[in-house]
Design a protein around this ligand. Structure first.
Ligand SMILES: CC(C)(COP(=O)(O)OP(=O)(O)OC[C@H]1O[C@@H](n2cnc3c(N)ncnc32)[C@H](O)[C@@H]1OP(=O)(O)O)[C@@H](O)C(=O)NCCC(=O)NCCS
Length: 186
């Protein structure tokens, strides 16, 4: 049996946060690797702590090797800053980087009411698991009545951009080194 055949997808729990943070940092770009606390604050902690029912993990036996984290964007916009105030203050770069919750509000008004982050460790990429994780999240948010999904991807991340396009996302706009991508679900 190959390693890949043992991979499973399951719902995550807040207790998985340390393993998920490690994957979040391992899969980010060189620029963000220098600011691990910023990366986990922006792209990991809120999701697994506040909306764990929308995080799914990819496991090779007992080891977590990837994840998709979703969020009801309306809740995210209301909750993120108040709940993570202390951490946000510490990494005040958020404002400078233009990564505050403001762009999310515009997207929600346009009917994209859920968003996501997906990361898989290198030996496990390119084997169809990204699509499987995406299918799992899409199926879950559709059951909750989601109208659309959005995400942000680094402008230099060609591989992920091609993956999202293949899945059905289109480019919404470019801002400050990021591509905002969207997909209607209804
Ligand atoms: C981006 C990522 C989630 C995609 O998951 P994956 O498991 O590698 O992708 P899959 O094997 O499920 O590919 C699904 C489809 O997308 C295409 N695709 C995936 N990665 C691609 C790439 N780098 N270039 C071109 N096409 C790609 C595949 O060809 C496949 O098409 P097919 O259905 O016609 O075969 C994963 O590669 C990853 O985590 N990368 C590192 C971290 C990262 O960049 N995360 C995104 C941050 S915004």
């Amino acid at each position: 049996m190959s390693v890949e055949e043992t991979l499973t997808i399951e719902n995550a729990k807040p207790a998985h946060i340390d393993e998920l943070r490690k994957i979040c940092i391992a899969t980010t770009n060189e620029h963000f690797k220098k600011r691990p606390e910023l990366v986990t604050l922006l792209f990991c902690d809120y999701y697994i702590l506040c909306q764990p029912e929308l995080t799914f993990i990819l496991k090779d036996g007992e080891k977590i090797v990837g994840y998709i984290m979703g969020a009801d964007a309306g809740r995210y916009v209301k909750e993120f800053i108040p709940l993570f105030k202390t951490a946000v203050r510490k990494v005040s770069l958020i404002r400078a980087l233009g990564l505050s919750v403001r762009p999310d509000k515009t997207l929600i008004k346009q009917g994209f009411d859920y968003h996501l982050h997906i990361n898989i460790l290198k030996p496990y990429t390119g084997k169809g698991y990204g699509k499987k994780l995406m299918d799992k999240l899409v199926e879950t948010v559709k059951l909750r009545g989601a109208k659309g999904l959005y995400l942000g991807v680094g402008e230099d991340n060609d591989g992920a951009t091609r993956f999202y396009k293949k899945y059905g996302f289109t480019t919404n706009k470019r801002y400050k080194g990021w591509l905002s991508m969207v997909m209607k679900l209804k």
